[in-house]
Design a protein around this ligand. Sequence first.
Ligand SMILES: [Zn+2]
Length: 259
Amino acid sequence: MYGTSTWNTAWLLVFILLSAASCRRQPPMQPPTPVTDTVAAVATPAPSARDTAGVSDFCLLTDTIPDILLDMRYYSDYNFVGTRIDGYEEPVAILTKKAASALRKVSDDLRPQGFRLKIYDAYRPQRAVAHFRRWGQDPNDTLMRADFYPGLAKQQIFSRGFVARKSGHSRGSTVDLTLVYAATGEEVDMGGPFDFFGERSHTFSEQITEQQRQNRLLLRNAMLRRGFKPVQGEWWHFTLHNEPFPDTYFDFPVSKRHF
Ligand SMILES: [Zn+2]
């Protein structure tokens, strides 16, 4: 009996030791997936070619121009629609590497004069433009009219070309921006706000003061010097002259997860 009991004790010890060793070999317990991740996974489809095509030729503007300021209006709800726009998943600014590098030169030119660049919009996925069009089809949705299109019927925003069926921004080398005084962080007075749909937004509008015209020309000339071309109707809007994708309209979302 004595012998059997000793063997039983020995086997029990071996069993306990093996069990302990086996427990140690278990991978550490994973924390439960946060609820927010689960929601994101449901709300955002898995990345597809549509979500990533062309991304490697783009970059985050803050990586190229570290002191650039961002006021990404289509990520916020302060824009002409009044809500966050489809495809703007994070408040980041993305451009083609070629356009970002040209914009860096603009920033470098202006910094010694006491200015920094502030971005309102850069690369814009096609799904965002589709959102604008959907909004345009509801004549009753005029939430932001007082701030952005007080002088226009909603349909005129489209008929006059302020918002187009396709946007050059989706090609990735177009940017909307203004100047800020580096010393105070104050925006330079351009005589009218970004995305105001009206004559006042014309670079050479008669409705602005001489100083405001000079301020617009300061931005315009700095952009032209580094290869961007303006449009007359929107003092804030510029496209790189030799853009790398003149015929390609991208649709990957605005997010830093690709970079
Ligand atoms: Zn623009």
